[in-house]
Ligand binder design. Structure first.
Ligand SMILES: O=P(O)(O)OC[C@H]1O[C@](O)(CO)[C@@H](O)[C@@H]1O
Length: 245
């Protein structure tokens, strides 16, 4: 596990974008695993800037997103489909046919999750998986649980996640109660994993997830067992780790 300490959110975003760019430059037809949430927005913005300057080419890049709310149509501005188009896909020369997210409108959870898992596999796996970190240690929508879920599945969102995400909706009642998410096993198969974390409110979970015991009660703790993980975190997010970085 490599930890890169940055001054602040902007510094974190640029450094994360540098790592993603290096992946695209060295393997133009790479498979990027992408994440939503507020943390990666700055990195996407930076990638768009470099694309506009002619430094990046997305024409052969393929993407698979981690998760999607169940029940939200893609036209809903809180769907992760909408988020990805708004923050990245519509602003670069990516082929829309090469971008993939679970389809939250599919009612048959088992069929949709199996199809998504098969799709990730058919692309040959993920080269670089970008991850944000939830306050309860979730990655994707893998919530704290008794065991690590292996493959793409349908989850019931925890109250704390609904609470954290209600800021994006008119009220907590409108936050969907379920989501489709890659499993921990799907995520762990990525060749490289890049975690972005910012802010003092994440300091406690950063210390727990990356320096505490590996346990499904803190889903991100499994990343300690991956061979190629880079955590790009700002000083505030690293303020409670038990050693000097
Ligand atoms: O970056 P944020 O907004 O703190 O979110 C952290 C995590 O929570 C989620 O938004 C889901 O609640 C994930 O998509 C994200 O990785």
């Amino acid at each position: 596990m490599k930890i890169v300490k940055t001054r602040d959110y902007n510094d974190m975003s640029r450094k994360a974008a540098n790592i993603i760019s290096a992946q695209i430059i060295t393997k133009p037809d790479c498979v990027l695993g992408l994440a939503t949430g507020s943390t990666p927005i700055g990195a996407y913005k930076q990638l768009v800037e470099w694309y506009e300057k002619g430094d990046l080419d997305f024409s052969e890049v393929k993407t698979v997103n981690l998760d999607e709310y169940k029940g939200l149509p893609r036209t809903n501005d809180q769907s992760y489909y909408y988020f990805m188009h708004e923050n990245l896909f519509d602003k670069v020369n990516i082929n829309p046919e090469n971008t993939h997210l679970p389809d939250g409108t599919k009612e048959d959870a088992k069929a949709e999750c199996e199809a998504y898992e098969a799709l990730v596999e058919s692309l040959g796996g993920t080269d670089l998986q970008l991850l944000g970190l939830g306050h309860n240690g979730h990655i994707g929508f893998n919530e704290p649980a008794a065991e690590f879920p292996k493959t793409t599945h349908c989850v019931d969102l925890q109250e704390s996640t609904i609470e954290a995400n209600k800021r994006f909706f008119a009220s907590a009642d409108e936050v969907p109660r379920q989501a489709y998410t890659m499993g921990i096993g799907t995520i762990m198969q990525a060749k490289q994993i890049l975690v972005v974390v910012s802010g003092e409110d994440k300091a406690e979970i950063v210390a727990k997830a990356f320096f505490g015991p590996v346990t499904p009660e803190v889903p991100a703790s499994i990343l300690q067992l991956h061979r190629n993980v880079i955590i790009v975190a700002d000083e505030a997010a690293l303020s409670k780790v038990p050693k000097k970085i």
